[in-house]
Design a protein around this ligand. Structure first.
Ligand SMILES: Cc1ncc(COP(=O)(O)O)c(C=O)c1O
Length: 484
């Protein structure tokens, strides 16, 4: 009998089964060690190009190398020089912290080499994507005709939404897009791609809580109509990346209906918070949207790249994207057999639904609700901590898991430029120390520190110690700079 481990019977691109197992197990061991010791390492690692270039440059080898050496190089030189975004004190930008079942789901989907573009080529996986889309549909409160697809991320989902809006409106000339001044940059990029010029992207001002101002939206639409432009779509935030703000979705839905606009909600950052019973009310009106972007690789604890676009009428999405060339004629099995390639920009797609399905099946939805809810509670506790501190101040209300604040000594006379300098100094020092990772932003032109709390591993002590560190560094920078 043929020995499957006999190298001479294998092509140059194959490995003997025993070796495959050994390498695979060694990687699982590496990952589990990393996950177990995540808290002990720094929250951020970085290396400039000039240091990495000599380490990682050169032609591809003509002959293969020892796989253990290759893995050693990956683990020693490459992966340590990446943000540790799932570290419990990584509070920058929008963090991500996938669950273990979701990582296994990705591994399995890759190993089984699923092509998730047509039913013909992936019946079971397509059914699973339908199941997951139906869970999301129900969470949003969309009707039975609602559905969607998983995308590479929120940017791709926002793009698909604008394509659907444009096609639904009959591809009008001079289309106009309305977003709040807190809208995500991916919307503007999507507008460019679908042919909405930058001058036709209206940035509607927000109220003191950074929520889109509906009367100003109404006025902008009227002005555009009077100029002969075609108001096409309004995109609301749920919540905004900068501040976590959730726009008044129900009022915007009413106005969009009155004005015959496509109503899109960008829930890439905050959408899954509606799973938490006590927070659901914040999303009132989401069920009236024509489309909603969700990002499971954010607050549904999935690995990259897992975004999602949901629409209230799946037929509109398919009408916008479906094309059937001759060479795919065998894949047209009738509308019951969904070809996910008909709902978006990818023909070849990975089996993204598996990771979501496996992680919810394994861990249960309740654990997700609790983790999301805990993140929001930590943000509220951080807001109270800041309000009670004599060295910190809020830059706006906290919303969902986002807290914007700055170092400021109460009662001290601090000039705006000094405030910016000291807060920049804090930001730089925190990041460099690796104790925690934060990012800064600007709110109405003012420099702000920002915490984005999302990781299921983050404890209140992680947040509190980070705030205490901000105060400690701030006091030192303030004194050292001779500012105080
Ligand atoms: C509100 C919002 N929309 C869209 C995006 C873009 O999503 P992605 O990075 O998954 O493409 C983000 C990313 O942070 C976001 O926060």
């Amino acid at each position: 009998m043929k020995d499957p481990n006999d190298q001479s019977s294998l092509t140059g691109l194959e490995l003997p089964p025993d070796e495959m197992r050994r390498l695979g197990y060694s990687i699982v061991d590496l990952l589990v060690d990393r996950w177990t010791n995540l808290r002990d390492g720094p929250a951020w690692q970085f290396s400039p190009r000039r240091e990495l270039q000599p380490l990682l440059w050169g032609p591809p080898p003509e002959k293969g190398r020892d796989p253990d050496q290759v893995i050693g190089e990956v683990v020693g030189k490459i992966l340590p020089m990446a943000g540790r975004i799932d570290h419990p004190r990584f509070f920058a930008f929008i963090p991500s912290s996938p669950t273990w079942p979701s990582v296994m789901g990705d591994f399995l989907a890759t190993g089984f080499n699923v092509f998730q573009g047509t039913w013909l080529e992936s019946a079971g996986p397509s059914q699973v994507e339908l199941v997951v889309m139906d869970w999301f549909r129900q969470w949003l409160g969309f009707p039975e005709e609602g559905g969607g697809l998983l995308t590479s991320g929120g940017s791709a989902a926002n793009l698909c939404a604008l394509v659907a809006a444009r096609e639904w409106a009959g591809n009008p000339e001079n289309p106009v897009l309305y977003v709040s001044d807190q809208g995500h940059s991916s919307l503007e990029r999507a507008a460019r791609i679908v042919g909405i010029s930058s001058e036709n992207v209206r940035r509607i001002p927000t109220d003191p809580d950074f929520r889109l101002d509906v009367p100003q939206l109404r006025e902008a639409i009227a002005i555009d109509r009077s100029r002969g432009l075609h108001p096409l779509c309004v995109c609301a935030n749920a919540g905004a990346t900068n501040t976590g703000a959730i726009d008044p979705l129900d009022s915007i839905a009413g106005l969009a209906k009155e004005e015959d606009l496509w109503f899109h909600i960008d829930g890439a950052y905050g959408g899954f918070a509606l799973l938490v019973p006590g927070e659901k009310e914040l999303f009132h009106g989401i069920e009236k949207a024509d489309s909603v972007t969700l990002d499971p690789h954010k607050w549904l604890y999935q690995p990259y790249e897992t975004g999602c676009l949901m629409v209230r009428d799946t037929q509109l999405l398919e009408a916008a994207f479906r094309i059937l060339p001759e060479y795919l004629q065998d894949t047209a099995l009738g509308s019951e057999h969904v070809n996910f390639a008909d709902r978006g920009i990818q023909l070849t797609r990975g089996f993204r639904a598996l990771k979501i399905w496996m992680s919810i099946q394994t861990l249960g939805l309740e654990a997700f609700r609790e983790a999301i809810g805990t993140g929001i509670q930590h943000a509220r506790a951080a807001e109270r901590f800041i309000q009670e501190s004599t060295h910190l101040e809020m830059m706006g209300p906290s919303s969902l898991g986002i807290v914007c604040f700055r170092f400021r000594i109460s009662g001290a006379d601090m000039l705006p430029e000094d405030l910016e300098e000291v807060n920049r100094g804090i930001q730089d020092e925190i990041v460099e120390s690796g104790f925690a990772m934060m990012s800064s932003t600007r709110l109405r032109g003012e420099f702000s520190l920002r915490l984005s709390i999302l990781n299921y591993r983050s404890l209140w002590s992680d947040v509190q110690e980070t705030l205490e560190e901000v105060v400690r560094i701030g006091r030192r920078v303030w004194r050292k700079g001779g500012l105080g």
